[in-house]
Design a protein around this ligand. Sequence first.
Ligand code: FAD
Length: 481
Amino acid sequence: MSISRRAFVVSSAASAALASISTQAYSAGSGEIDVIVIGAGLSGLETALTLEENGLKVLILEGRKRVGGRVFTLFDLPGHPEVGGNSIANAYGRCIAAASKHKVEIVNIAPRILGKPLAQELFIDGEHIIPKDWESHAKNPFTPEMKRLLPWAWSGEMIKKHMPFRDLENWYDAKYFKHDISMHEFLASKGATDAMIHLGFNTNLSYGTHSYDVSFLQMAFTEYWQAVNRSEKSKLLVGVFKDGNQNLPIAMANNIKGDILQDKCVTAIDVRDESAKVTCNDGKTYRAKAVVCSMPFSTLRHVAINPLPEAMQLKAIKTLGYIPITQFHIVPKKPFWEADGLSPSMWTNGPLGTVLAQRSGKSDVEITSLTVWCRGLNGLFIDRFKSEEAKKLIISEFEKLRPAAKGLINIARMHSWNADPFAAGDWAIFQPGQVSELRASIAKPHKRLFFCGEHTAVGSRGMEGAFESGERVSLEVLGSI
Ligand SMILES: Cc1cc2nc3c(=O)[nH]c(=O)nc-3n(C[C@H](O)[C@H](O)[C@H](O)COP(=O)(O)OP(=O)(O)OC[C@H]3O[C@@H](n4cnc5c(N)ncnc54)[C@H](O)[C@@H]3O)c2cc1C
């Protein structure tokens, strides 16, 4: 993607808007700083590093007591399972470069996954269905030519069949706005019934909460982004950072020269004056020439911004969608799958959602833990329970489907990204109509306030999107100060 060309265009617009910024530095209490970066996730860290490399003095304010944001490794569990960002792929050029720069090794687990694939057992309404029976099974709602597809493959196939563009650069161009409709409207227009949509899209979905609150245009872009990542079949990369993905943000943070203040929950950003002022919930304020905000919009919507951003940007901050995901990390007391002969990985249409076996041991086949993913409406459902009750529910659902697991399920950790105050959701999604109406306003500089974060990326997603956004915003800030 030609990020530099686009970034420089944005940068000159920002320079014009901020021509009046004074060159005077402002006191941060512990010395004079040029830029406050809010958030020590990948995008905030990348921005801070780039600004420092260009001679600016940076202060990072992070709400959590750790760095990494949505890259979060459980270092204390066997195999170091990931709660957040799982893996990178071939088109993650910036991530790969960052790993090399910060001396974090990338391990390609593609041979492990592809060489010894693990089946995903299908359970519908509590019934175990083996793949060869699915096509003719009474519970299969798909059209005759699609019946061969397992439920998790159906919506991707529908999108691929009707892909509106072949271009990662311009998917958000006005000529595609006619596709900025709900997934439901798109699928129904291709003859899908509610039953097909419910099983094939709403169940264990990857974006949004259901087919009505996700844009087809956004889904087409993500499907296309994934296809680009998988296109180099011969040298496929499913990359993880050695011993835990959080090692990358930790290494980046170690290379930051300025302060990273943790446990600093930002509550207000004031950009009315000559200097920008950021207030935290401990009552402390910090000043600088500019502020870069990497907070997800799901959390920024609870911060007082003065003056308010322009209407469309404010609307984006208030309404951009996020997928709810709650995870349970299980370290089984015994390999119950050896007793019942099935794979521990499962796809269910019940509260258990999906179960993914983690294979991060010394051998390719050793299963180190299991992760239960409750997504979308199922994630919201699970979040209504107190955590101990939610864990009991997951264990009882597990034991119902897999009697061999009785007494062997130990939930070592639970994490609701939706209930996490510094995420309030998982990754950003455009709701129907939001690509056309809001996308162009999301990352516009607002006086001395600049925006980065995966939600502002346009040519990539996830961890790569975080880096893409850090690269763009750094150019904007450097063009303005
Ligand atoms: C379960 C899960 C699986 C994923 N899988 C993948 C994957 O396989 N591949 C992939 O590429 N991506 C994946 N992602 C997405 C990827 O992890 C994120 O896109 C990326 O890490 C986002 O980086 P960021 O810097 O934009 O945001 P964040 O990492 O969220 O950084 C923002 C920072 O702002 C801080 N903050 C928020 N509010 C405040 C406040 N009020 N005051 C101060 N600080 C605040 C947060 O604590 C956080 O550190 C996954 C994410 C999750 C959660």
